[in-house]
Ligand binder design. Structure first.
Ligand SMILES: CC(C)(COP(=O)(O)OP(=O)(O)OC[C@H]1O[C@@H](n2cnc3c(N)ncnc32)[C@H](O)[C@@H]1OP(=O)(O)O)[C@@H](O)C(=O)NCCC(=O)NCCS
Length: 147
């Protein structure tokens, strides 16, 4: 398993995972335009030539937001999420990031556990922020060096 920057040929596979994982899934067109947007970085996790996961960050100066991370259902719990998070954080740090932040559904236990494992701490709550289904968002952040 390895993580690498996304290539245009990966878009359909990433879109399938997006569709499988999120009720507000991004279209192929949105993924394509995000690839070309300033400050955005997209990475894929690949196993035996197949894209099994991906992650998206947006960096402005020393701040980096984790916009997306997802792994195909049948490839979970094998370390891909961990590998993607580590790769995204290290890549942003090498581009000068010091503050990381993200939003996550409050009942998304696997994602919250993954973020905690990578040093993120809960820093706020947005009541009923998500739709379909309605759910609050937990805000999480992490500083490098630790704040
Ligand atoms: C969150 C997600 C990316 C994790 O991917 P994954 O490849 O299964 O994660 P890994 O196998 O690398 O596990 C890394 C850590 O995540 C946490 N984790 C993963 N699955 C978990 C589960 N079912 N329950 C609790 N913790 C879990 C654990 O801390 C785990 O570390 P450990 O193995 O030492 O316990 C995956 O569950 C996913 O794609 N979910 C749907 C999309 C999503 O919700 N994305 C986040 C949006 S904010």
């Amino acid at each position: 398993m390895k993580v690498r920057p996304i290539e245009p040929k990966d878009i359909p596979a990433v879109h399938n995972i997006e569709w499988e994982c999120f009720s507000d899934s991004w279209s192929e067109k949105t993924l394509q335009s995000t690839m070309n947007e300033k400050g955005h970085s997209l990475f894929v996790a690949e196993e035996d030539g197949d894209v099994i996961g991906y992650g998206v960050t947006r960096q402005v100066l020393d701040e980096c937001e984790i916009l997306r991370i997802a792994v195909k259902k049948d490839s979970r719990k094998k370390g891909a999420g961990n590998l993607l998070m580590g790769f995204m954080v290290n890549s942003a740090v090498s581009n000068g990031a010091q503050l990381f932040f993200l939003e996550v559904r409050e009942h998304n236990i696997p994602a919250i556990a993954l973020y905690r494992k990578h040093g993120f701490i809960e820093s706020g709550l947005r009541k009923e922020y998500y739709k379909d289904p309605v759910e609050s968002a937990v805000l999480m952040s992490k500083c490098i060096p630790a704040c």
